[in-house]
Design a protein around this ligand. Sequence first.
Ligand code: KG4
Ligand code: ZN
Length: 339
Amino acid sequence: MKDIIILGIESSCDDTAASVLKNGFVLSNIVADQQIHQKYGGVVPELASRAHQQKIVPVVDLAIETAGIKRSELTAIAFTRGPGLLGSLIVGSSFAQGLGFSLGIPVVDVNHMQAHVLAHFIEDPAQKKPGFPFLCLTVSGGHSQIVLVRTHFDMDVIGETIDDAAGEAFDKAAKLLGLPYPGGPMVDKMAAEGSVRFDFPMPSVKGYDYSFSGLKTSLLYFIQKEQEKDPDFARKNLRDICASYQSAIVTYLFKKLILCAKNLGIREIAIAGGVSANSHLRAELQRFGKEFGWNTYIPKFEYCTDNAAMIGIVGHYKLLCGQEFGESLVPTARLAFNE
Ligand code: KG4
Ligand code: ZN
């Protein structure tokens, strides 16, 4: 069979990423993050799309050069169609379509959240692939979902956050504690040196859905109350606050995931998305895996946070399945799985 060489392009938020995959194996995986947002403590959409415009050509060139291939060898280009910031999506989508047109090759649209899940199918001799059906806890800066995955392209969100995403809960807490953006990795780092000493109430939402906004508010009130007694409380207890808050988020995520796995009788359990880079979440998945007899799947660190290899692998499977494409290339900020 002819080789499938795909260029993946990701530009849904504040990372400009490009990757080349050959038959599902990653030849290059380039991610350029955007430091500009740090001083605002969050992503500024207009600045993000401008930075994508500046970075997309050098990032794609570097991905092709690192892969050691020529542009003319590409079989197809896969790009993120949504969900994400519209101005950011437009940059990746227009670039992909322009390049695809000039090379005369197919351009394949990819759903970013589906790509986080299918990151588990990037070919790697050191990584097992989940068996179908499996549950994937997809936790990122914009989403928190429990996804029931029946096949590569038959998946449904069976639980999701009704307000903030888990990543936002990390980022907002970090901001409150004076840590730089994005806060998740910083909270993770601080928590590793702290102990769980403070209690945060578990949000109560029915079924498999989540809510994270109350958790963030309870942290705010807790700090305000303690600071009245000791104005230096947050600084002095930073590591323990991070450990306690992180533990509350992770415990809550697993509470619903365990319920779901039990009710559906599924033992193939995966995690995905930026928050799946969290060391406590990864350790807890292993622990629960042993306790409940699950087969657990954790993506490599570089395929957890936003990257283009995951976009490329979806393109690869779409080509393999002979899926129709080319009809729905319009970037869409709010894109459901089956659109
Ligand atoms: O998947 P992702 O890169 O982008 C979105 O699609 O949103 O996820 C970014 C989110 C941010 O909220 C970031 O703080 C969080 O993932 N994150 C982490 C860690 N690394 C990234 N959260 C907790 N612990 C981490 N180690
Ligand atoms: Zn993402």
